[in-house]
Write a protein that binds this ligand. Structure first.
Ligand SMILES: Cc1ncc(COP(=O)(O)O)c(C=O)c1O
Length: 383
């Protein structure tokens, strides 16, 4: 399986077997150039803020078309975690209400749920995963008439498990609750259509699978819910709307002050780049690589944390021993992947040390990257 893009689009590939996009995506040349050109422009001429605001709106259009949303449903926040904070804090949650997530969702969701429990007496419910997966059926035992919000990671950071979002949305809506989706591990890996997925809120940082800089996290809010969710802060950028001259009809109400203007130039380039490759092609390519790797892992009796038939470019599996051995085996072959000691709740072998390896198969990866990884696994013991 050859890479989908020219390997030379990514300078990092000359020195690394890069299998770690789930941690932080590499920057393609076109994105690097867009950022350099932006800095050059600011170094040589006065900064034109009006033009920068136009660029923000250009990117808003790109994001809207990426998600099949309307422009007015897209706001720009700074990080993935911002979206769920805004939504959860704006809903009038109180004692007796509950918020539901699962044990594969990102740390922020758990920290936020625990904070809501402490400050508002909200019941925070965590659905346990089984064999690396959680279904809408599993969720249904935790959702009831007092559930206000389901918060999920579309694709889990720990093992790439991909939720069936329409099923979760149907469950949430049946009980009059909302579905909030952290999509940082999903956007850029496949087509995501917010109408088809039927999600209410969705947010994603752009430094992983979108392969741009830090500091911009697009936030989708379903149009009918715009009035329900209030901004958590105000500033010069929203002043005239808030004073009632022209009340907001759009998600721009969440953009209270200067955004990371400079980041919208590389982000625009990154979104063009993904569009030119085609999300369908990207997904098909990753799927091929993930299934090749899974076959090889099975042949070697290496246990996978990621369930089979999963729809994501990320796969996690376990080897025996402490992480240091794995880190050494990967480093000696210049392989970049995520290596961590397994948490007891997920460990397949609670009495001995177990290391989790998370591998991301992006469009620039090829079979040689996987072969290097497989060679490294020969140095390690299964668990
Ligand atoms: C699923 C998921 N959500 C959120 C984050 C963190 O995002 P941010 O720092 O943009 O809030 C990560 C980072 O690894 C992640 O994997």
């Amino acid at each position: 399986v050859a890479a989908l893009s020219a390997r030379s689009d990514f300078e990092i590939l000359a020195s690394h077997r890069f299998l770690n996009t789930a941690f932080c995506g590499p920057i393609p040349k076109v994105v690097e150039v867009a950022m350099s050109e932006r800095m050059r422009a600011r170094a040589t001429a006065p900064t034109d803020v009006l033009q920068a605001m136009e660029q923000v709106d250009v990117v808003r259009g790109q994001v809207a078309s990426l998600l099949n949303a309307q422009r007015s449903e897209i706001a720009f926040l700074h990080s993935t975690s911002d979206g769920e904070n805004i939504v959860a804090r704006s809903l009038a949650l109180g004692p007796g209400d509950n918020v539901v997530t699962d044990d594969l969702s990102y740390h922020t969701t758990h920290v936020l749920g625990e904070a809501l429990a402490r400050s508002r007496g909200v019941e925070f419910r965590v659905v346990p995963s089984r064999n690396g997966a959680v279904s809408a059926e599993d969720y249904s035992h935790f959702v009831d008439g007092r559930t206000k919000l389901l918060i999920v990671s579309a694709v889990a950071h720990v093992n790439g498990f991909a939720h069936n979002l329409p099923h979760l949305a149907a469950l949430a809506h049946e009980y009059g609750a909302y579905l909030y989706v952290d999509a940082i591990q999903a956007v850029g890996t496949r087509e995501i259509d917010v109408r088809r997925e039927d999600v209410d809120f969705l947010c994603f940082g752009t430094y992983k699978w979108v392969m741009s800089g830090f500091g911009v996290a697009p936030f989708y809010i379903r149009r009918e819910l715009l009035d329900l969710i209030a901004p958590d802060r105000v500033g010069w950028h929203t002043a005239h709307h808030l004073r009632g001259d022209a009340p907001y009809q759009s998600a721009k109400k969440f953009e209270h002050a200067s955004p990371s203007f400079d980041c919208y130039y590389p982000l625009g380039a990154a979104l063009h780049y993904l569009e030119s490759l085609g999300l369908e092609n990207i997904e098909a390519h990753s799927t091929r690589l993930v299934s090749l790797l899974r076959e090889e892992l099975t042949r070697r009796a290496i246990r996978c944390f990621t369930p089979a038939e999963n729809r994501a470019p990320t796969i996690s599996f376990w080897v025996g021993g402490p992480p240091e051995l794995t880190i050494q085996a990967l480093r000696s072959r210049s392989i970049e992947a995520t290596v961590s000691s397994e948490e007891p709740r997920f460990s397949p072998q609670p009495t001995a040390p177990v290391t989790r390896i998370r591998v991301s198969c992006a469009h620039f990866n090829d079979e040689n990257d996987l072969q290097s990884l497989i060679d490294a696994l020969a140095d390690l013991s299964p668990c």
